[in-house]
Design a protein around this ligand. Sequence first.
Ligand code: ADP
Ligand code: MG
Length: 540
Amino acid sequence: ERSDGRERLVSGAKVVAQALKTQDVNYMFGIVGIPVTEIALAAQEVGIRYIGMRNEQAACYAASAVGYLTGRPGVCLVVSGPGLIHALGGMANANMNCWPLIVIGGSSERSQETMGAFQEFPQVEACRLYSKFSARPSSIEAIPSIIEKAVRSSIYGRPGACYVDIPADFVNLQVNVNSVRYVECCMPPPVSMAESSAVYMAASVIRNAKQPLLIIGKGAAYARAEESIRKLVEQCKLPFLPTPMGKGVIPDNHPNCVGAARSRALQFADVIVLFGARLNWILHFGLPPRYQPDVKFIQVDICAEELGNNVRPAVTLLGDINAVTKQELAFKKSLPMNYYTVFYHIQEQLPRDCFVVSEGANTMDIGRTVLQNYLPRHRLDAGTFGTMGVGLGFAIASALVAKDRNPGQQVICVEGDSAFGFSGMEVETICRYNLPIILLVVNNNGIYQGFDTGTWKEMLKFGDATTVAPPMCLLPHSHYEHVMIAFGGKGYFVQTPEELQKSLRQSLADTTKPSLINIMIEPQAMRKAQDFHWLTRSNM
Ligand code: ADP
Ligand code: MG
């Protein structure tokens, strides 16, 4: 109450403006006229920027782009009837793009409804098809809660357009200020995460992919997931393809970008991870002949109804892209390593002048592509004859030559677990002469590949190992490092990149003793059929 006894009043227009401001809405685009001019004025008064446009459709496009760019919806303010109808194109566009938008439409006087009022049109119903939420407040007092709900709906879940109808008679009607309660600004959208079993499944499907591909859509851009996706791309060395508006989430000039080979990338991928991109016409519905008939899709989306559209996905990750990507990154750490992870970490610490001795099948093949040599005659491996069992002898010779010519120079011997077996007892020789050799046993429980302990045990239920065990299997989880410990050297058993980094650092630092690092990797880890360079112009 004012001191002169008259009550303080506020118009519907001002309530609309204040309610928008309270919801942290900062831009309004529109065209004024009966009955919304006062709303635009009131908006400017509370500090909302008003941009007068020339057609409601363009105003709506602008408001929705603000929503996409800032994560906070812009408002499109339009007059009744034709004004609102002009805005429908913009609303549809925003809703289809999954961009947040608030449309506020003036509408005819409630008392003249159905009588043929000025520009009368069933606006709330008309907007329903183009929006997530469409409503008219029942009173001026109800305006703040309807606006809060519209703003909240526009940004929660899958973003989209929301419509609030303001009848002409609300605009200038005055009510007691105290009768209006402004609902507090809605909280930022809750962050949802995917089921952890699905995160695990996705990680293993990606790991076992021969030609994986990440598709980055505008959902990822909207989700501000650039940092986490970039980490995933770089740590897992995954090629990626942006959709038109997914461009720039990771820069187009990133070496893993295969945008220039879009058709090939889609056609030959065996696993595709969709980060906020729908399998609609732009992505050829995810169907052959543009894709392999048996391509595995992993869908990451905030909208459950999107999952399974047009294809049967191998894994669905329902949740916020940024959060789900972080889940995948966290998971990756606890998963068994593969060859690439192992060699990446070895390469990081390898002294430039060391001898690299290597043997094994995958171990030698993949190791050759990742481990760098900088000096002639410093790499010795299975050689012309493809001989297994040469590694420890070669390492011993290298260490002796190094000791005489170049004290301090180290010998790294990278062995498959099967290859190590051929001459494993030479570890005793290494220890007897105390040679500066670091043996790395890349252990996948088998020749070419083996079984994990669980599968091995399960298998033995069906019979004796001599009848049921695949011939390439070796005893799973073998502690080869104990061979080194047995003779007084240092042994490490490692299962994670962190353990590998640490043990390798220690081995390289302490040259007083030889060491053996037994590196457990995914038993089924295989060489990728080809690296993703098959997609980019060859830069190998
Ligand atoms: P593009 O045109 O780039 O292919 P689309 O518009 O087809 O992208 O797909 C975007 C997808 O992103 C939509 O399915 C939408 O539900 C989803 N999306 C939007 N925001 C998020 C988010 N924060 N987290 C996860 N998915 C999101
Ligand atoms: Mg799309």
